[in-house]
Each structure stands twice: as structure tokens, then as C-alpha cells.
Design a protein around this ligand. Structure first.
Ligand SMILES: [Zn+2]
Length: 324
């Protein structure tokens, strides 16, 4: 028997509408996309954009160095079963490249930094055709990486296009606000103190965006060891420019930074540790610093305060646990 909805009486039509609405809802809750992301920063971005339509597994937690990270057995299982895997690219995950290239032949695998305009990338000092991968340090560049995430999630789940696009738009707006806060806050550092010395060269994009001289003891990968010459060259710069503070990183040993401080002290210049920065990994899951917005807020606020700016330790949104 044909059911003519237009002849159904009002209560039945209401019931049908309720059933239709009920049927529509669990589609979202019951079948979220399974997504794997290599770094915490990418996992955070995909969670913000995907909302309830995704379940994200981030492979690298707090304190993990992506330059040396190698996939574990459970990572391999997760990536093989995922609807899509997002990685960074630009040779950040140096030890995973081969595995990811192989996986790419069978599964959906995308590098979020792939579509960035090379004109805004920093070239590698040693190799002509490779770039500094640390683009999450510039909110304006990082916001552009949302486009690949939106495109690929939409390919897999076209019904959720509007959700993905709206969430990405919110993410971009937050990135713009974070960039403005960073600019204002770092402008309060006296010009002669705008020098950032850290364990490895993760802050090139930060320096370019906010007019800081940036010096890393190790290069843009932690895989190359710093030589004694590099250490003594940096000690001379610290002493000459009377740099008040240097910084350690959560994902890199502080051994070299301590050697610098000792070297400067031997020449009669006291340098302090200005704080611990989140370079290639975010803070602990479930904290504000464990999000990309919180990570950058922490870095900017910590750097500004250690180098002489009079700004609150609570950061842009008043959420920081307390920058040093
Ligand atoms: Zn790095």
C-alpha cells in the first residue's frame, strides 16, 4: 500500500518527522571518521575541524620529537585501519617517510603542509629543494593547512561539509586573533632583546613573523648534533649582545642549552633559562597548553616575559597555567 504523506493526519506526520530526525542524528554519532594524525598539532587541528564527525588518534604525545619518531606496531595498525591519515610533510617525520609513502599506495594519506605556497616557506640552509618544516609557529601559515583537512574530510563525509567549513572558519579566526596577540605582546620586548636562542632551530617562522633573531643550537632537525664550534660561536653572541635569557624545549634535551649558559658564565655574563617552550610537541592532553592555541600562547607569553616585556603570565585568554 502506498503511503501518501499528504493524507496522513497531523499526529502521525509528527511521529514520522520525529522518527526521521532520530534516524538522522545517530548517523553522526554512530559512524564518525577514524582519523590518525602524526603530530599533536595536526591532531588538534583535525579535532577542531571534524568535531563529532571524527575520532582522532594522535601518534605523538607531549614531549615527543617528530624528527626522530618511528611508528610503533600499534601506530601501524591504527593507520592501516583509519579512514584517513594526516601527516605534516616537509620532511618533519623523517623516520616515517618511507612507511607513509608505502601506506599512501593503499590508503588515504595526506600531508597538511603540501599545498603551502613555497614563496612563504623558509628554505633549508643546506639543501636547495627542501624547506624548514616548523610552519605551525606562524599562525597565519598554519591556518592555511586547514584547507587540506577540510577537503579530505569532506571527500570522505560529504554530508558534513558545512560543519567542517564552519569549524575551519572558526579555527582560522582564532589563528588570526592569536597572531595579533603575538605581534602586540612581542612588540613589548625591547628591540635589543629580540633574540630567541633555543635548543634547535624550530622558531624560524616565528622569527620571520615577529621580527626576532632566532638561533638554534642544533639545526632544523634534531638529528644533526651541534659541534663545539657552534656552542662557542653562540656563547660569543650571548655575551656580545648581553642576551638575558635562553630557552629549553619540551621535546629536546636541555644539555646543549646548559653548556651555553656555563660558557657565558665563564666569560662573566649571566644568562638565565627563560622557560620551557613547546617547539615540536604540545603540552599534556586535556590542558590548554595541550592545544595548538595554548601552545603558541604559552611560547609567546613566556618569551616576551623572559626578555623584558611587561605582560601577564596568564596569556591571551587568561588560561595559561602560568608562563615563567
Ligand atoms: Zn623541530
Amino acid at each position: 500500500m502506498m503511503v501518501d504523506l499528504f493524507k496522513v493526519d497531523t499526529p502521525r506526520r509528527a511521529v514520522l518527522a520525529a522518527i526521521a530526525a532520530f534516524a538522522a542524528m545517530p548517523v553522526l554519532a554512530a559512524t564518525p571518521l577514524k582519523v590518525v594524525a602524526t603530530t599533536g598539532m595536526i591532531a588538534d587541528m583535525v579535532r577542531q575541524i571534524g568535531g563529532e564527525a571524527v575520532v582522532v588518534r594522535g601518534l605523538m604525545g607531549a614531549g615527543i620529537d617528530p624528527h626522530s619518531y618511528r611508528q610503533t606496531r600499534s601506530d601501524i595498525v591504527a593507520m592501516t585501519r583509519a579512514d584517513v591519515t594526516f601527516w605534516h610533510g616537509l620532511y618533519l617525520e623523517a623516520q616515517m617517510e618511507e612507511f607513509l609513502a608505502d601506506l599512501d599506495r593503499k590508503r588515504s594519506v595526506y600531508a597538511v603542509a603540501d599545498n603551502l605556497d613555497p614563496a612563504q616557506l623558509i628554505t633549508h640552509a643546506d639543501y636547495d629543494d627542501s624547506f624548514d618544516p616548523h610552519v605551525w609557529m606562524d599562525p597565519v601559515i598554519w591556518a592555511q593547512c586547514t584547507s587540506i583537512v577540510v577537503d579530505e574530510l569532506t571527500n570522505l563525509y560529504p554530508e558534513m561539509r558545512t560543519l567542517f567549513e564552519e569549524n575551519a572558519s572558526t579555527f582560522v579566526q582564532e589563528a588570526v586573533a592569536l597572531d595579533a596577540y603575538s605581534r602586540d605582546t612581542l612588540m613589548k620586548v625591547p628591540p635589543k632583546s629580540r633574540i630567541l636562542l633555543t635548543a634547535h632551530d624550530a622558531f624560524g617562522y616565528f622569527g620571520k613573523a615577529y621580527n626576532f633573531d632566532v638561533l638554534g643550537i642544533q639545526g632544523i632537525s634534531t638529528e644533526s648534533e651541534a659541534g663545539l664550534n657552534r656552542i662557542s660561536e653562540l656563547v660569543d653572541i650571548l655575551v656580545d649582545r648581553k642576551v638575558p635569557a635562553v630557552f629549553v624545549e619540551t621535546s629536546v634535551s636541555d644539555r646543549n642549552v646548559r653548556a651555553l649558559i656555563e660558557g657565558a658564565a665563564a666569560q662573566g655574563h649571566d644568562v638565565s633559562i627563560g622557560g620551557t617552550l613547546f617547539s615540536d610537541a604540545m603540552g599534556v592532553d586535556g590542558t590548554y597548553e595541550g592545544t595548538w592555541l595554548g601552545m603558541i600562547d604559552h611560547n609567546v607569553t613566556t618569551i616576551a616575559r623572559a626578555l623584558g616585556a611587561d605582560v601577564t603570565a596568564r596569556g591571551r585568554l587568561g588560561k595559561l597555567a602560568g608562563a615563567a
